[in-house]
Design a protein around this ligand. Structure first.
Ligand code: MRU
Length: 366
């Protein structure tokens, strides 16, 4: 996507082809810093500490992590064992987004099938394919989601379509276009009048920091709101639809996404507002049936809740909010049951949140 006229992705291979470059998303929007990842340990740290985040990007980063593991495996006496072990470490970096194990396993499978001398090249190629495929999947999600926004715009006689989103499911989370944001970019680019309500998304404020930055750079009209404002806006006819992303969705349609998504879905249901989830097929978990009971929910450092990051006199700093000795609990995701989801926007089209319809779009997974 374009930032200040320059085409940019949140991850790419460096010129020398042995270093992975990423945008350090912890520092956006006030600082734009590119970080180098040179080892598997760097990749694990970048995923854990959320330099990179968002399900498809976590997957792409894991894929490039296998490439770095392949580079480092060249001088190992038992390279297969080394590679498998490094991949297990990569897959354990963050538990909820299923894209991570999907992408790591996909590159590892290709590498293990290749001759020793061709492994680095094979890993690089497969990681780049995954990255490009995710970008293309998001473009298609935008195309299908656009039809939904067009429909609402038509019903409103061209008046502003108000879309609410939670967290950041934009290109920063996805290589290009984003999932939830792809239909918004497509609508804006075809001159449909849209406005986006951006949940700030505590504790790390991915909405206020990242989604607002992305939308602003593209010129899309948006307003940052507190996480709890959505219900009020919905009651007063100020939201036409909700579109969110997901970190893992069961083949039965239960959706894990950033903490607070479930409450938005409940409020949307109560107010008869369509609640869509946009995702590439890499975010479906084809093994899990019961999202609430089976999807692992990451619990992160309570300091992410206790401290808030912001800009003070031109410098990024953290400030303590609650009493220093009050404990905090940092549940990073929740699960929205399929009954609250109006539909999924995927690279193959839109479907209802039922096992039958999901498998209807992806019959090879039956
Ligand atoms: O903790 P994060 O920032 O990785 O959480 C990201 C989300 O919850 C996104 O909505 C999800 O990964 C979908 S990204 C297209």
């Amino acid at each position: 996507m374009k930032v200040d006229g320059k085409n940019i992705r949140p991850i790419w291979l460096n010129q020398n082809r042995k270093t992975v470059n990423i945008i350090d998303q912890r520092r956006l929007p006030h600082e734009y810093i590119i970080a180098d990842l040179e080892t598997v340990a760097d990749v694990i740290m970048a995923i854990k500490e959320m330099y990179v985040r968002g399900a498809p990007l976590i997957g792409a980063t894991g894929a490039f992590g296998v490439f770095l593991a392949a580079v480092n495996s060249e001088d190992k006496t038992v390279p297969d064992d080394y590679l498998i072990n490094e991949c297990n470490r990569l897959k354990a970096a963050r538990p909820t987004a299923v894209n991570l194990s999907w992408a790591v396993d996909r590159v590892l499978t290709v590498v293990l099938k290749s001759e020793n001398s061709k492994r680095v090249k094979a890993a690089k190629k497969e990681a780049e394919i995954i990255s490009n495929e995710e970008a293309e999947n998001c473009r298609k999600i935008g195309k299908y989601g656009l039809a939904l926004i067009e429909n609402i715009s038509r019903k409103k006689n061209g008046k502003t379509v108000n879309i609410l989103t939670h967290c950041n499911a934009g290109w920063l989370a996805c290589v290009e276009y984003g999932t939830a944001t792809a239909p918004m970019y497509a609508a804006f680019d075809t001159r449909i009048d849209i406005h986006v309500w951006v949940d700030e998304t505590r504790p790390l404020n991915q909405g206020a920091r990242l989604t607002a930055w992305e939308l602003g750079k593209h010129g899309i009209n948006h307003t940052v709101i507190t996480d709890n404002a959505g219900g009020h806006l919905m009651q007063h006819g100020m939201v036409d639809m909700v579109i969110v992303g997901t970190d893992r969705t069961t083949y039965t349609g239960d959706v894990a996404n950033k903490i607070g998504t479930y409450l938005k879905a409940l409020a949307a249901k109560d107010n008869n507002i369509p609640f869509y989830v946009a995702l590439p097929s890499s975010t479906f978990d084809w093994t899990l049936r019961d999202g609430v009971n089976e999807i692992p929910i990451e619990e992160r450092d309570p300091d992410e809740i206790r401290y808030v990051q912001g800009l003070d006199s031109g410098r990024t700093c953290n400030v303590l909010v609650p009493p220093a000795d009050s404990p905090a609990g940092n549940y990073a995701f929740d699960v929205t049951p399929s009954r609250l989801v109006t539909g999924f926007i995927t690279e193959r089209g839109i479907c209802n949140a039922t096992e039958k319809d999901i498998l209807g779009l992806f019959p090879e997974k039956m």
